[in-house]
Design a protein around this ligand. Sequence first.
Ligand code: SAH
Length: 215
Amino acid sequence: MTDSYRHKGMRKKLVEALRVRGISDEAVLAAIGAVPRHFFLDKAFEEHAYDDKPFPIGNKQTISQPFTVAYQTALLDVHPGDRVLEIGTGSGYQAAILAALGAKVFTVERQEALYLRTKELLRTLKFKTIQCFFRDGMLGLPEYAPFNQIIVTAGAIDVPEALLEQLAPGGILVIPVGHTEQQMMRIRRTERGSFKTEQLDTFRFVPFLGGVEHK
Ligand code: SAH
């Protein structure tokens, strides 16, 4: 896999487009500028890898639109060394962005075929701070909790209790909630253990489903 000057040029343009759309977090923009998104897409979409669009990644799933990735990542406020749980590994691109921000990433996928493929890709790309798990993300990852941040990248009907429980004090959960459309929610666990919720913009995600799917 090669990252050419042309790819880098397209990535620069994407970063500028995200800035225009309202993403202002410089660390997040730098991460988008650093991670070759075309590595996470089928060869057939390579020419469009830096368009601000979602694409199919097989198994009826999609790689999120760069704007959505940047938006959710900015809400998480990740700092180097943070322990971040991602629910919905998919292509691995969001996990790679979190790793580029210096996080220790734990990512969970419920579809075995996607889990296996992406785990191998991340190994090949030498993302050593990302650990992949084949699990039902509704349950979180209790044996690795607590997390400083938790991000859900599929549309949930409600907020799973397990994810709230696995947040460290001061931790942040970002989760899109709703049936056909989802409202982005940011939930902060206070140092005293109560929860503060903000309701933000509307998005469309693939569904957050319970249980695992074997290949
Ligand atoms: N973050 C991904 C987005 C993938 S789409 C990326 O950057 O490409 C959302 C993913 O969530 C899909 O792969 C889907 O299979 C997965 N998913 C849905 N419900 C889940 C659950 N309960 N546990 C784990 N993963 C889940």
